[in-house]
Design a protein around this ligand. Sequence first.
Ligand code: KIV
Ligand code: ZN
Length: 396
Amino acid sequence: MTATQNGSENDKVFIFDTTLRDGEQSPGASMTLEEKLQIAEILDEMGVDIIEAGFPIASNGDFEAVAEIAKNSKRSVIAGLARAIHADIDRCGEAVKHAQRGRIHTFVSTSPIHLKYQMNKSEEQVLDIITDTVARARNLIDDIEWSAMDATRTPIEYLCRAVEAAISAGATTINLPDTVGYATPDEYKQMFMDIRNRVPNADKAIFSVHCHDDLGLAVANSLAGVAGGARQIECTINGLGERAGNAALEEIVMAIRTRGDVLPYSCGVEPKFMTRASKLVAGASGFAVQYNKAIVGKNAFAHESGIHQDGMLKNAETYEIMRPEDVGVRATSLIMGKHSGRHAFKDKLKELGYELGDNALQEAFRRFKDLADRKKHVYDEDIEALVEDEISIASD
Ligand code: KIV
Ligand code: ZN
């Protein structure tokens, strides 16, 4: 661990990317081996601490992807997912053993509804399963993450017992997922505080957040969990993931970097790779990024309204809290449309190589507004045609 940017070693938050596992579980988002290797390469390069590369028991393709990513990774820990079943754990161990640093991530449900309908097991039986499967994983490798699936709908007393059992059996990271995206930030933070206060061996593990976005709270919940003492955040590029998705990595990282005053944590991810990573994941998964998506959406650094464009031309901090180049976007764009003002129009003409006198500018601006009322997108070529026309009228 290193002390970085915002604070001391204790403030370091580990970024665990699960685009290739939870992200790929989005219906229709499956990716080829080649695409997965490219995504893993950029995640490794950008400084993601842990890459969850897949679910090795799920298929031979998944096994191969995890094993290949494990062989190729340079810096990141490579994790594979395993249910609380010996065959899953052994297969996962086989896949991650090639990594310089490998991790087995095993999980079991803990909530009453999952115990009753999914597992048909009692609380005591599940505690035995935790002890047995975590110990088996720990026999294969030292770095073991254990997750309590549906933790946020699990009574706290039982969750404490399950966490204690997992740590006693050798788990080094404890993940408490909001599997169905049900929690609110205050509740999620409180859960981490309670568990860390009540479980006797809690200080032997790093706690992790894993949030789904069913109520649109995944990023807020993740940051709240960190305020409650968690130091690992599980997230995905573009927020890809089951149902409404997981917490978006780019939002988490930029929230921490931009608001260090109230989020005093450090993370080692270099944001300038984010735009490239986002495009890569959108292309591989076939899930287009919405225009107004924070950080990586096409409009995240675009301004159309006259008031905003005027402000931006005077000082970018009037309407931008992050610099586009920091996240790999070449520059802010001032989109010419019906909301644009005279100042931005004049600036655009200058960029295109035109300087008009007051009267010609006035007329060109009037015609531009008429055009923008009729056309959704006004391109540079439209403006050039309009100005050329104006110049030829003036010279007749
Ligand atoms: O959402 C979830 O509970 C999961 C676990 C497998 C960690 O993805
Ligand atoms: Zn999940």
